[in-house]
Design a protein around this ligand. Structure first.
Ligand code: COA
Length: 148
């Protein structure tokens, strides 16, 4: 058993635990079905940050040609603000760089100040707005990151 903090591929058996985190931390949580569909989608990648049997966080992303899209990223409440989100995003960036990706994209709820600060700290910039993007009518900000 791997007792150290590490990132590994998500498996279908992880989805209940991932969904429990999602329901408790996300302002507009994905359904379990969203996870299952993304998990099976072509070009999609899903990773978890784990220590022993405990899942600290996860990230799901799409990699198509020279673009990566961050679909979802979260860290369980009790483990937030300890650098684990940054660890997950660095994992995506390292993978993307190895695939010669040029740009990363994502959407974030305009009221999710914590996540917006998080992405800006990682070098992302806001470049547009998608009105009423979320089911509750909130707008999304679109953000991007250029790999150099
Ligand atoms: C966004 C999220 C993944 C960040 O993960 P995290 O592990 O808490 O973040 P980290 O500890 O790696 O923080 C890295 C940097 O982000 C910024 N940051 C993180 N939390 C922040 C907060 N609450 N307020 C302001 N800045 C914050 C800081 O600049 C921080 O660097 P610092 O600690 O050196 O100042 C996490 O807060 C989360 O799961 N949020 C709920 C789900 C969500 O909204 N996901 C985004 C969907 S688009």
């Amino acid at each position: 058993m791997n007792m150290q903090l590490h990132i590994q591929k998500m498996s279908k058996e992880d989805i209940d635990a991932v969904y429990a985190i999602e329901s408790s931390v996300s302002p507009t949580p994905w359904s379990k079905d969203n996870f299952l569909k993304t998990f099976d989608a072509v070009y999609s990648y899903s990773s978890i940050l784990k220590c022993d049997t405990i899942i600290f966080g996860y990230v799901l992303f799409l990699l198509i040609e020279d673009e990566v899209t961050i679909l979802n990223i979260a860290v369980a409440q009790e483990f937030q603000s300890k650098g684990y989100g940054q660890m997950l995003l660095t994992h995506v960036h390292t993978f993307a760089r190895n695939q010669k990706v040029k740009t990363a994209f994502l959407e974030v709820n305009e009221h999710n100040v914590q996540a917006i600060h998080f992405y800006i700290k990682q070098g992302y910039e806001i470049y547009s707005k998608r009105p009423k993007y979320y089911v509750n009518g909130d707008d999304a900000l679109t953000m991007r990151y250029f790999f150099v």
